[in-house]
Design a protein around this ligand. Structure first.
Ligand code: SAM
Length: 337
């Protein structure tokens, strides 16, 4: 299995995975082409229905085969094939559905004759409904009971997020995270999946590398990874992305914050949905937030609430990716806020 460990491979995922003799993946995340005519470098995204479904069965078959008995699989898919894929996993592979997640994003494509589509399905299945990884602690968010009512009955670690995810904006042109890939998922979304469904040292497989987001986040979070793409250019860009991510652990501006810690701070802020002023003014909420951040970062010297509050205020409008993109646009066009 060494030839697959921590590799970004160029090739057809079905052919590459066929070579694996035994299950190795603790977690599979797959975001295949949706068959809706997207322009990829090396893949034609407009196949006949039968052809697309037969190919879908092939790659799902390989992914399920290399998934360990205690493993989890997440598949991102559009409206066109979500129902068929659910049945393939459930009826043909006997996997158990945990959640049918809806990723709801802003910036849906506008059309004149129907409502704008603003979601992607993420089907979350496990091989064994009694034995799988679900690290609820690291993904819990501050609950309304804690936020609004300071209710003592509230679970002190917060609540498990709902299955409609509206806290992750689609990556648009001006986002600093943006690579050259035509459809790129946000790192924050992958971080939630990887954190909850795998442990440090576990092995994450993404058969459709694209921009390399899954491998990059897996690497940042101390997981092993394997990812594959037909396009040499995408593979090269993804390798560079991972190599560059090593630098993200260096301190910025000598204030004890690394780029990665800043990214985690932004992600956590987005997920908890507490307005900045409320968060910084409430000792109770700030303590909860700081605890969650430290839990995610696992630093030897955890941040204090004062450091977190100061950093949050410093980052201000750039905490939300949409606002950050807006101010970048303004900077580029010389407009003052
Ligand atoms: C929807 S994109 C993945 C995007 C990725 N999740 C991201 O966020 O960057 C699908 C990718 O699958 C690749 N692809 C298509 N057919 C493939 C195959 N048979 N094996 C490996 N990769 C393939 C395409 O080149 C494209 O980059």
């Amino acid at each position: 299995m060494h030839e697959l460990r921590n590799q970004i491979l160029c090739g057809d995922c079905v052919e590459v995975l066929q070579k694996a003799k035994e299950p190795f993946a603790d977690l599979v995340f797959a975001d295949p082409p949706f068959n809706i005519g997207y322009k990829y470098d090396k893949y034609h995204d407009e196949k006949a229905n039968d052809h697309y479904l037969a190919w879908t069965r092939d790659w799902i078959g390989q992914c399920v085969r290399v998934l360990k008995p205690s493993g989890s699989i997440y598949i991102a898919i559009g409206d066109e094939y979500a129902a068929q894929i659910k049945l393939i996993l459930e009826d043909e592979h006997k996997l158990s559905l945990r959640n049918w997640i809806i990723w709801h994003y802003t910036f849906g494509q506008q059309t004149k004759t129907k409502f704008a589509r603003s979601h992607t399905h993420i089907l979350y299945f496990v091989k064994d409904a009694k034995r799988f990884t679900f690290n609820d602690d690291v993904v819990r968010v501050i609950s309304d009971r804690q936020k609004k009512y300071r209710d003592k009955r509230a679970n002190p670690t917060g609540k498990i997020p709902d299955d409609v995810w509206n806290e992750y904006a689609r990556i648009c042109g001006t986002f600093s995270e943006r690579t050259g890939h035509p459809c790129q998922m946000p790192e924050s979304l992958l971080a939630r999946i990887i954190r909850v469904s795998s442990n440090e040292g576990d092995w994450v497989l993404d058969p459709f590398c694209g921009s390399g987001v899954t491998a990059t986040v897996a690497h940042k979070l101390g997981r092993r990874y394997t990812t594959i793409d037909l396009s040499e250019d995408y593979v090269e860009a993804a390798k560079k992305r991972i190599a560059d991510s090593v630098g993200l652990t260096h301190e910025v501006e000598s204030e004890g914050w690394t780029e990665h810690a800043d990214a985690e701070l932004r992600w956590l802020f987005g997920e908890n949905k507490v307005p900045l002023s409320q968060l910084c003014e409430s000792r109770f909420l700030l303590t909860l937030f700081t605890k969650k951040l430290n839990q995610r970062l696992q630093k030897k010297c955890p941040y204090t609430t004062e450091q977190v509050s100061k950093r949050l205020k410093r980052l201000g409008s750039s905490l939300s990716p949409l606002d950050a993109a807006k101010s970048l646009e303004m900077e580029a066009s010389g407009v003052e806020e």
